[in-house]
Ligand binder design. Structure first.
Ligand code: MCA
Ligand code: AMP
Length: 504
């Protein structure tokens, strides 16, 4: 095939008058209409000087047009780099510079802030607003509705997704056409997606879950999506009876369960609920089944690997586990110190290998070598265990990471900022249980003995520097941080001490 990703996900739907996107205003976009828009956008990318292999950074609200930019990148051979809409200008600057993006497309409301960002790194800038208007769409309006798809190999890069690290700045995970395609094909088959499916889509499309899992699977199967701009409880309840499947982070499930309108009757035409990106409490699993009669299917993935494991479609979906390695994915539990495979049942680090595993971190060969072994196994940083029936459980993390409402937050990034504030000697950032987001961020500050620290001024600094979802929900001041004999901060002690701040 000339361009496996485009041809398989998009191209074969050309001319199909079947629904692809059902929009909240009642409108429906057919596969063919979507692909005509895609072609116009691919022409516009070319007109703006993007060539195959160039990177395009996109920070816009979720819309059919935003999705068509993803498709247009695939068709024009451009590497797609979607960015969380919550990122501040400083955060976006890093991604644009690091990736060497040739074009940044942003919401019109952000042009003033982001024009210097684009200019300083030699990128062009265009706009796309939530309603589909903007300079990018204007430029595309008179372009042809067909485009000669650019030939690509399966090993060519399709997307960069940035993922933070426990040290230093974010790393651009390079995903190839094969990484995305093989996983989408496996999942569509494993979860029995067909052209009859209607997926209730309320996830953001700048992360693996909403884009490569939910969207790619629907595209492979030829089904449609109820495409909501974001998770809105009223909308979810209103749309649920029209859907057959839903994918969400655990917060989606706890929010649905918190509403009495969410009943078995409302879910009668649903055949599948999938959860991932963060641990689903066994309690949520049980409550969900009690309320609806459906057992949530939990699966486990990462930005670098797409999906690795899944509970079975048929057979027992075991609460508290992430199921079995997917077909084609090898998974082993190893000793973090030696890398040796541990006996069944023991807890160790999870390593995975397969066509889903990324190519490496963009321009970071050392980081790549630290996490991706020469034999192809990727060290996930998650700690897990395999039970006697082969079910994998994630029991902890070998990396300092907080997952809040399905978004990953690396404490180091916040600590670096806090340590820099006047009056602060040092800091420790921890995740504590939160009833809505699963975990949330608490910053612990140690004063340097001068004056302060001024917590309001610090909160202001944080607001300017970091996306809202990373902000500590509470800053507390302690005389000193607990340390072990090696001098390492004992975050477990802090977590115990402040663990009930939001749940107590
Ligand atoms: C919003 N806020 C958050 C979060 N989301 N704060 C912390 N963590 C969050 N996740 C902020 C808002 O800016 C707002 O701030 C305040 O919290 C309350 O917002 P609310 O309206 O309640 O939130 P929301 O807009 O309804 O969003 C919550 C959400 C959303 C629906 C759970 O965060 C979401 O869609 N999460 C999904 C993330 C995701 O797709 N992850 C997959 C990553 P203020 O009060 O100041 O206005 S991919 C991945 O992890 C791997 C590969 C995998 O396995 O899938
Ligand atoms: P990301 O960096 O956004 O790709 O997040 C990947 C991380 O999310 C994994 O390394 C896990 O720590 C976590 N994760 C994903 N799915 C699950 C799950 N079902 N249960 C627990 N943790 C999960």
């Amino acid at each position: 095939m000339a361009n496996p990703l485009y041809d398989t996900l998009f191209g074969r739907h050309r001319g199909r008058d079947t629904p692809f996107l059902h929009l909240p205003d009642g409108a429906t976009l057919t596969h063919d209409a979507f692909l005509q828009m895609t072609a116009r956008f691919a022409h516009q990318l070319t007109a703006l000087g993007l060539a195959p292999g160039d990177r395009l950074a996109l920070q816009v609200e979720k819309s059919p047009q935003a999705l068509a930019i993803y498709a247009a990148c695939a068709q024009a051979g451009v590497v797609f780099l979607p960015l969380n809409t919550g990122y501040t200008g400083d955060e976006v600057r890093y991604f644009v510079e690091n990736s060497g993006a040739k074009l940044l497309i942003c919401d019109g409301a952000k042009t003033t802030a982001l024009t210097p960002v684009a200019k300083d790194s030699g990128a062009g800038i265009a706009t796309l607003n939530a309603d589909g208007s903007g300079s990018f769409a204007d430029g595309a309006a008179d372009k042809a509705t067909s485009f000669d798809t650019v030939a690509r190999e399966e090993s060519d890069l399709a997307a960069f997704l940035y993922t933070s690290g426990t040290t230093g700045r974010s790393k651009g995970a390079m995903l190839t056409q094969t990484n995305l395609l093989s996983n989408a094909q496996t999942l569509a088959e494993h979860w029995r997606f067909t052209a009859e499916d209607v997926l209730l889509h309320a996830l953001p499309i700048f992360h693996t879950h909403g884009l490569f899992v939910a969207t790619n699977i629907t595209l492979i199967a030829g089904g449609s999506m109820i495409f909501l701009p974001k998770f809105d409880l009223d909308q979810m309840i209103a749309q649920m009876p029209r859907a057959t499947a839903m994918m969400g982070v655990p917060t989606f499930y706890t929010r649905l369960l918190s509403d009495d309108r969410f009943t078995a009757d409302l879910t009668r035409d649903m055949r599948l609920f999938v959860s991932g990106s963060a641990p689903l409490l066994a309690e949520t699993h049980v409550q969900f089944e009690k309320r609806t009669g459906h057992r949530i299917l939990e699966r486990y993935g990462m930005t670098e690997t797409n999906m690795n494991t899944s509970n079975p479609y048929d057979g027992e979906r075991r609460a508290g586990t992430v199921g079995f390695p997917l077909p084609g994915v090898e998974l082993k539990i190893t000793d973090p110190a030696t890398g040796d495979t541990l006996p069944q049942g023991e807890i160790g680090q999870i390593e995975v290998r397969g066509p889903n595993v990324f190519k490496g971190y963009w321009k970071m060969p050392e980081k790549t070598a630290e996490e991706l072994r020469e034999d192809g196994f990727f060290i996930t940083g998650d700690l897990g265990q395999i039970d006697e029936d082969g079910y994998v459980s994630i029991v902890g993390r070998n990396k300092d990471l907080i997952i809040s409402g399905g978004y990953n937050i690396y404490p180091k990034e916040i600590e670096v900022l806090l340590d820099d504030q006047p009056g602060v000697l040092e800091s420790a950032v921890i995740g504590v249980p939160h009833p809505d987001f699963g975990e949330t961020v608490v910053g612990v500050l140690v004063p340097d003995g001068t004056s302060g620290p001024d917590l309001d001024a610090i909160a202001q600094q944080i607001t300017e520097a970091l996306a809202r979802f990373k902000h500590p929900r509470k800053l507390v001041v302690l005389d000193e941080l607990p340390r072990n004999t090696m001098g390492k901060v004992q975050k477990n002690i802090l977590r115990d001490r402040f663990g009930d701040l939001f749940t107590g």
